[in-house]
Design a protein around this ligand. Sequence first.
Ligand SMILES: Nc1nc2c(ncn2[C@@H]2O[C@H](COP(=O)(O)OP(=O)(O)OP(=O)(O)O)[C@@H](O)[C@H]2O)c(=O)[nH]1
Ligand SMILES: [Mg+2]
Length: 203
Amino acid sequence: MYIQNYHNTIFLKSIANIKKEKYRHGLEIAIIGYSNSGKSTIINVLTHQKKLAKVSKTPGRTQLINVFEVVPKIRLIDLPGYGYARVPKNVKLNFQNMVFKYLKVQKCLIGLIMSMDIRHPIKHFDKVVINLAKLYNIPILVLLNKADKLSHLKQQKQLCFVRNNELMLSNNIRVELFSSFNKIGLIDLKHQLNYWIYKNINF
Ligand SMILES: Nc1nc2c(ncn2[C@@H]2O[C@H](COP(=O)(O)OP(=O)(O)OP(=O)(O)O)[C@@H](O)[C@H]2O)c(=O)[nH]1
Ligand SMILES: [Mg+2]
């Protein structure tokens, strides 16, 4: 199997307006989820780089679509978090529209990593995005993130709860525990990305 190494990933650019984006070749995997759920931290852990993606205690840190290049033609996309309440409504709508539009128009998208805080899974916009991904036939790996915040027993309970949710009952959706702090699920994440890349790449 084709094994991708993520350590040499570099920042490529930030995009504010999808319309103007002409990048339509290569493969993309995007990280999506609520603001503050740990998306940017996942990119840093995956790439073994501390400051590649900006992380913040203040939700709403990632305000643009940030594009990272793993190797030429394979990109990781850090999407702005949805649902952050403390930004003005028009800004919030703009973030959300940008994310929805990205899902609709980006033909290079081969998979979505959805980050959910394990303590608050399957909130409103998660459902909206899962339904959109089903519509556009995009596979999803759901990461129940910040698993380090719960005991082992509670982690397993949440995992069962989310896996059994009817929204998740699809061949195209997989749910795993994750923690950037103690690396739970990192191997599963790499395997999933490798699999998507392997499946879609033209050798
Ligand atoms: N306990 C714990 N905290 C985490 C974990 N991953 C991230 N965090 C913390 O959660 C906060 C938000 O992390 P970010 O990676 O910036 O979250 P984000 O989803 O990119 O947020 P936005 O850019 O606002 O959408 C930071 O304070 C991180 O240190 C984790 O695995 N466990
Ligand atoms: Mg972020």
